[in-house]
Design a protein around this ligand. Structure first.
Ligand SMILES: [Zn+2]
Ligand SMILES: [Zn+2]
Length: 326
């Protein structure tokens, strides 16, 4: 029979992971490719308990076998093995607090990105990414048709499951403010996106960041930015940003502003952190400067040394001021 008489449906079993997608995106695409109707069917066939980008090794082995794909290619788009504190994002350790969402089922997307390449980009899972610097829009987290949060549901990651199954690519996202784009563009570069290497290099060249890995620079900017957004309950923390999660791009811009000029702009943020509570100066120092020091202490050896130096310098100056006044 001549080849042209064969049905034009692809019967290839394998599907290659896209380098920008996360593991759950791949599971959805593979299920769709195999016409399974729902990604959950594939998930349970591989013995996964839940949609996760940090599967147990035996779950991943099952998926690799089902997908007929080398396990290491799947680990490359995953966030590493299960771990309470850390995830691995494209080879860089990132803290769990910046990768978790409000409920694991929810997503944020750029409709134009999904229209161009129909995969869920891993970088949208980072809490400090709230805009797409490629299309200069705010990421969407709700369906424009039904108003419900965009979730990992059904069998197609490019559409909502509501009536009419609207394609996300048909949605128009809100423009991001031009001044808010640069800091997130740098974060894309710091997390390995080749399109934003120039922006990343500019940030890497700043004095406090010369000895920090890209993901740690991004997290520092986020923590500092949240401080400048006026959070009240935590000090220099990336946990539970509440409503501020939608303003992450603004936080990143403000975080970047708070390191130039270095170190005076940064010292002013510590001043502000201490003024937040009406506790004794010694206690406010432990809460504010101490929070930055504790974060630095958790970094790999040799990282964040300039940041630590400047915090300690701040302590010395403050002690002299106290004794001078007394
Ligand atoms: Zn985009
Ligand atoms: Zn909908």
């Amino acid at each position: 029979m001549p080849a042209k008489d064969f049905p034009r449906i692809s019967t290839a079993l394998t599907l290659d992971p896209h380098p920008e997608e996360n593991l759950v995106s791949y599971i959805f695409r593979l299920a769709n490719h195999r016409r399974l109707g729902s990604a959950r069917m594939l998930l349970f066939a591989c013995k996964f308990d839940t949609f996760t980008n940090q599967p147990r090794p035996e779950w991943m082995a099952g998926l690799a076998k089902t997908a007929c794909i080398d396990e290491k290619d799947l680990w490359a788009i995953s966030y590493g093995q299960p771990d309470r504190k850390w995830a691995t994002f494209r080879g860089q350790p990132v803290s769990q607090s910046v990768i978790e969402r409000r409920g694991a089922a929810e997503r944020r997307i750029c409709p134009t990105c999904i229209g161009e390449i129909p995969v869920h980009r891993a970088i949208w899972d980072l809490r400090y990414v709230a805009i797409c610097p490629v299309h200069r829009v705010v990421l969407m987290d709700a369906c424009l048709a039904c108003g419900k949060p965009i979730r990992w549901l059904g069998g197609d990651l490019t559409r909502c499951v509501c009536a009419g199954k609207p394609e996300f690519s048909s949605f128009v996202a809100e423009d991001a403010a031009p001044e808010d784009i640069g800091a997130t563009a740098a974060v894309y570069g710091l997390m390995g996106d080749p399109r934003f290497q120039a922006e990343a290099d500019q940030v890497r060249a700043l004095t406090p960041f010369r000895d920090l890995a890209g993901a740690n620079i991004a997290e520092f900017l986020y923590r500092l930015g949240l401080e400048r957004m006026g959070r009240l309950n935590k000090y220099f923390s990336s946990e539970n940003p509440g409503e501020l999660v939608w303003e992450a791009h603004v936080a990143m811009r403000r975080g970047l502003k708070a390191v130039t000029p270095w170190p005076s702009a940064f010292h002013r943020v510590i001043d502000k952190m201490r003024l937040r509570s009406d506790v004794l100066p010694g206690k406010s120092m432990r809460m504010a400067a101490g929070a930055v020091e504790r974060w630095q202490a958790g970094l790999p050896e040799g990282q964040g040394t300039e940041i630590l130096r400047v915090v300690q310098e701040y302590r010395v100056v403050d002690r002299e001021r106290q004794t001078g006044d007394g």
